[in-house]
Write a protein of this length. Structure first.
Length: 440
């Protein structure tokens, strides 16, 4: 039985009216990948105000990894709401905050004592990870990479690579931030060993432009999110780990988008055989509620003085209840097992696209975190941003929500719910394939 059900054109009349009001009353800055307005959502599906039912392959940008309105999460939040909504952990602490931090330390890779603390968003986690690294090392320089996305607050925005729309017009950025080449294999300019060549550039640049003993931290995403799901090669990650260890530099893994099953593991760093010193996490941690955190080596996490990090709403009781329900399902086995099914289907399907469609330049990802890079010509690899936009529109008009991404705006990224059924997954991929076939 089909899941997608369209009763009106997309957007429908109610959605169009709401969009008019949105333009009247909401600042223009927040963007929309689709012109529909949500009325309700459950599992892998989302229904708009006009009664159209969609398959959602966006998960709210990798947040609802366990599906919309996951019953365990909803029930946990309801139970907490009957007890208390807010005290501020800085004023009157509560057990659920401590338990979430405990579970983060237990699941984060690394055979060493760990501690964690909670905030509200991925950008806030990144900001605090930088503060912690600087406090620990007594150094200032921060190294990041091309194509990276780390958030929209000022340090996070500085670390983010893409200027438009994230940094354009917002004035001076933070100082002591240095950006170097990322091992983007598909677009690497030579046929050589990407990891070796990119790492050499990294070492030469850090040595000549900063000096390793002035670097507080190196931050990178195991799989770049907004950058187009570009996977950090294992060899490069391991070399980077060795370099940071040798020079007393804090290695920060930004797992805001890759965490909580998105790559088939609780944390993507589990794929690499090495551990970061600090991990930033958010999105999937709350299953739909806003919560984020930093977890890492205890001696590094304890570097800020008492009161040096924190905030009014960080680790809100409702969000902590949701996070505990997420951890429970992660430990249950089904989610990560189902991620294996998703990975298998997506790998097979996307590999076939390279044979079927000349506009598909590359398919890549880690576990169920998968992407398609679209080009105008395979030889020149010229990005095809226009086609990516047209395909996402064709998809939502036919009942499938997918997102574009990438430095050049030419990547289709798939963030399917990790609880999706094989039938739903294949139905959605059928819509995507028809869209590519029609428009390419």
């Amino acid at each position: 039985m089909k899941t997608i059900s369209l009763k009106t054109s997309v957007p429908g009349p109610k959605g169009q009216k709401l969009m008019e009001e949105r333009r009247r009353y909401v600042a223009r800055g927040p963007f929309h990948s689709t012109p529909i307005f949500a009325a309700r959502a459950n599992g892998s599906t989302l229904e708009d105000v006009d009664g159209n039912k969609f398959l959602d392959f966006s998960c709210g940008i990798g947040v609802t990894n366990l599906g919309h309105c996951n019953p365990d999460i909803v029930n946990a939040v309801k139970e907490q709401a009957d007890q208390f909504l807010h005290t501020s952990f800085n004023i009157v602490p509560y057990a659920s905050y401590v338990e979430v931090c405990k579970l983060l330390t237990e699941h984060a890779p690394g055979n060493y004592d760990k501690k964690a603390f909670l905030v509200n968003s991925g950008a806030e986690a990144v900001e605090n990870a930088i503060k912690i690294a600087r406090a620990h090392t007594k150094r200032n320089a921060i190294v990041c990479f091309d194509h990276a996305y780390h958030g929209r607050t000022y340090m996070a925005m500085t670390l983010t690579s893409k200027t438009k729309p994230y940094k354009y017009g917002f004035g001076s950025l933070n100082s002591d931030v240095y950006r170097y080449a990322f091992p983007y294999e598909y677009r690497w300019p030579t046929e050589g060993d990407v990891s070796e060549e990119c790492f050499k550039i990294f070492v030469d640049s850090v040595t000549s432009q900063i000096s390793p003993d002035a670097v507080a931290a190196v931050i990178l995403e195991p799989v770049q999110g907004e950058g187009g799901f570009v996977v950090t090669p294992k060899k490069f990650m391991q070399k980077l780990r060795d370099f940071c260890t040798s020079h007393g530099i804090v290695l920060i893994a930004d797992e805001v988008q890759t965490g909580f099953g998105r790559t088939g593991k609780v944390f993507a760093m589990e794929h690499y055989g090495v551990a970061a010193d600090l991990i930033t996490t958010a999105k999937g941690l709350g299953g739909g509620l806003p919560i984020a955190g930093v977890v890492g080596k205890a001696e590094i996490m304890d570097a800020p003085m008492d009161g040096g990090i924190g905030g009014t709403f960080g680790g809100n009781p409702l969000s902590c209840a949701a996070a505990l329900a997420v951890f429970k399902q992660m430990r249950g086995g089904f989610v990560l097992k189902n991620a294996e099914m998703i990975t298998s289907v997506l790998e097979k399907t996307l590999d076939s696209y390279k044979d079927k469609f000349s506009c598909v330049g590359d398919v890549r990802g880690l576990g169920p975190m998968r992407a398609i890079e679209l080009v105008k010509d395979r030889k020149s690899k010229e990005p095809n941003k226009e086609l990516a936009g047209a395909i996402t529109k064709e998809c939502y008009q036919n009942g499938l929500i997918v997102l574009s991404a990438g430095t050049y705006g030419n990547v289709l990224r798939l963030l399917v719910p990790l609880t999706i059924s094989k039938e739903e997954l294949e139905e959605g991929m059928g819509v995507l394939e028809q869209a590519i076939k029609k428009l390419s």
